[in-house]
Design a protein around this ligand. Structure first.
Ligand code: SF4
Length: 199
């Protein structure tokens, strides 16, 4: 995906349906963007600050920002830097908004194939989505597992998705309004929508 630049930090893609974070993986998925990363010298601290500024500016200019923030705060407890927030900041926002997010059921998401090698349901689902016209046998061969294992993981994925949707409805029938969401964002991050990151 070609990357285009807008100003010193902000990146957009030539395809407006693709968020910039999907292109800037060297920024958003850099090890220093992990919350528990511990830069050990001044150069590393400068790099981490530069990465955070770049990611923040990108998110603040992103056309998907509000939907992304809403999903990351009220629907999924994801890790990493998302919608200009760290996971700790999103937890603070949930407290302010009195929102609960159901934790992922890892038992339902992870299985074991006969060889003892662990296989994640998300890998099965990703392969299925990438090859919707291929048979389940094809997926089994790609993963090196049995057909019944593939079917079991797909059943689990459907059950987990249904359970998550149900829990989400019960915990937050309509979710906070966008106004409350943005107010909580500004309160926790010290930033205002459409402005540069706070120092
Ligand atoms: S707001 Fe969300 S979708 Fe947009 S660049 Fe940031 S993390 Fe990606």
């Amino acid at each position: 995906m070609p990357e285009t630049r807008k100003g010193p930090h902000v990146t957009s893609t030539s395809d407006s349906r693709v968020p910039a974070c999907a292109v800037l993986t060297h920024v958003f998925q850099h090890p220093f963007m992990e919350e528990d990363a511990t830069p050990t010298n001044a150069e590393q601290r400068r790099l981490r600050a530069a990465l955070t500024t770049r990611a923040t500016d990108t998110c603040m200019a992103c056309p998907f920002f509000e939907d992304c923030l809403d999903m990351a705060v009220t629907k999924h407890d994801v890790s990493g830097f998302v919608a200009a927030t760290t996971s700790r900041q999103r937890a603070q926002m949930r407290n302010l908004l009195r929102v609960e997010v159901t934790a992922d059921d890892m038992d339902a998401l992870i299985g074991v194939i006969a060889s003892g090698r662990q296989i994640a349901t998300r890998d099965v689902v990703a392969l299925r989505r990438a090859h919707p016209d291929e048979s389940l046998d094809f997926i089994a061969q790609r993963l090196g597992c049995s057909l019944s294992t593939v079917k079991r993981h797909l059943r689990r994925a459907r059950a987990a998705a249904a359970s998550e949707a149900d829990a989400s409805r019960r915990h937050s029938p309509e979710g906070p309004s966008r106004g409350r969401l943005i107010t909580a964002f500004e309160s926790v991050t010290g930033m205002r929508r459409g402005t540069e990151a706070a120092a």
